[in-house]
Design a protein around this ligand. Structure first.
Ligand code: SF4
Ligand code: SF4
Length: 401
């Protein structure tokens, strides 16, 4: 095999670049794979394809070979490697060695010659598929893109069965200043999420500021390997927050929340404020535990979909408010398969995972209703759902008294 030395990085070079890009390759000698197989149990791609070569462990060993210069690090090799991971993070969550395979892939993609032009080219050609995400990236009109997500962005919006009646809330906000980060989909399309979230924040006694001109959280952009573009967006948001004198930021999308928290690890103009930033980020759903809360329509089954990016400390609110005490209410902790730019690279895999999701025993009831709090999960699950299942953000199932 002819090795193009200019495209092969030594382990040290990869580590140096990794530090600069804040994406840890985590291929250090003290963090070796111990073949425990835990990542094999949770990888959604392995579950639907049964191809061990697509497993996190196989990717790890390939990355190791690349780092050691044993493989040709060609652009096509990187694209192939990058094209078979959802970046769901499930493997990293369970790995006892702390290996982060998807983080390593992001780092490699970002350094692959021509990758940026390639991925932007695919995005432009596939506007219909990904245009909700592009709201934040290019600030394009919602008129672009056809009707695929009409149920989410206005026209043809179906009436969601109300499940939660919210009365007054304890005034935990004590008139502290707060602002909403609605995320791209809510801001430019699903306006009801924004309006209902704002109502809950105000009822909890926060002094809600006018929404500033937020940029995208940068999560999907960074997972696509466009790290510099993501950091530009994040710096914009940091500057905005600082200009508002550091209010609380309420977030209604799980993945936006993860993206905003991850900012603190990046090399932005922080001025030592990372911990204040992290402390200012609050999921809107966390306020439910302070509300007069009543479940509605309990005769119809309800699934609460846990996004891959939901952290335990945030997700626990659904148990605290007693949601799962109702016999027909179930938590679904299974990947939807959205996968960000995997939709552009290998769309058959996200589709396979979503169809497997709906065919699984947990979700076979096609009369049910599924709620979640991640924009990407909603798009993916709505697209491949059975005819009679309602898929929406939980905010769309709220009724106020
Ligand atoms: S990030 Fe998700 S899809 Fe990618 S290798 Fe890990 S578990 Fe599999
Ligand atoms: S979980 Fe980590 S240590 Fe275990 S097989 Fe997977 S990569 Fe290796």
């Amino acid at each position: 095999m002819v090795i193009d030395k200019s495209q092969v990085m030594s382990t040290k070079a990869i580590k140096d670049k990794s530090e600069r890009d804040r994406v840890s390759l985590q291929l250090e000698a003290d963090k070796q794979c111990i073949l425990c197989g835990k990542c094999m149990e949770v990888c959604p791609i392995l579950a639907v394809t049964a191809k061990e070569e697509l497993s996190p462990r196989a990717k790890y060993f390939l990355l190791q070979e690349l780092a050691a210069g044993k493989q040709e690090l060609s652009e096509n090799k990187v694209k192939d490697l990058a094209g078979i991971c959802l970046k769901c993070g499930r493997c990293a969550d369970v790995c006892p060695q702390g290996l982060n395979v998807s983080g390593a892939i992001i780092g490699l993609k970002s350094r692959s010659p021509g990758w940026k032009a390639w991925i932007w080219g695919r995005l432009v050609k596939n506007l219909q598929l990904v245009y909700p995400l592009l709201y934040g990236w290019k600030k394009i009109s919602q008129k672009i893109g056809g009707s695929r997500y009409n149920s989410l962005i206005g026209s043809g919006y179906e009436e969601i069965i109300p499940r939660f009646r919210i009365g007054s809330l304890e005034p935990v906000g004590e008139q502290k200043r707060a602002v909403l980060f609605p995320g791209c989909l809510s801001r430019y399309g699903a306006l009801s999420w924004k309006n209902r979230a704002e109502e809950i924040i105000k009822r909890a006694g926060y002094s809600l500021l006018d929404m500033p001109d937020w940029n995208c959280c940068g999560f999907a952009v960074s997972r696509a390997g466009l790290l510099e573009d993501a950091e530009e967006m994040q710096q914009d948001n940091l500057d905005l927050w600082r200009s508002l004198d550091r209010p609380y930021i309420f977030v209604l999308c799980t993945t936006c929340l993860k993206g905003l928290r991850e900012m603190a690890k990046n090399d932005l103009d922080w001025q030592g404020e990372q911990s204040i930033w992290i402390g200012s980020l609050v999921p809107v759903s966390s306020l439910l535990k302070y509300s007069e809360f009543e479940m509605l329509n309990t005769d119809r089954s309800l699934y609460l979909h846990r996004p891959c990016h939901a952290e335990n400390r945030d997700w626990s609110v659904w148990k605290e408010i007693g949601l799962f005490e109702h016999t027909d209410t179930k938590e679904v902790n299974q990947c939807c398969g959205f996968g960000g730019c995997l939709q552009l690279e290998k769309p058959e895999i996200p589709e396979l995972i979503a169809r497997n999701y709906w065919n699984s025993r947990t979700c076979s009831d096609n009369e049910g209703q599924l709620l979640t709090e991640c924009s990407a999960c909603i798009m993916q699950l709505d697209r491949f759902k059975s005819a009679n299942v309602q898929v929406s953000h939980w905010l769309d199932a709220v009724e106020f008294t």
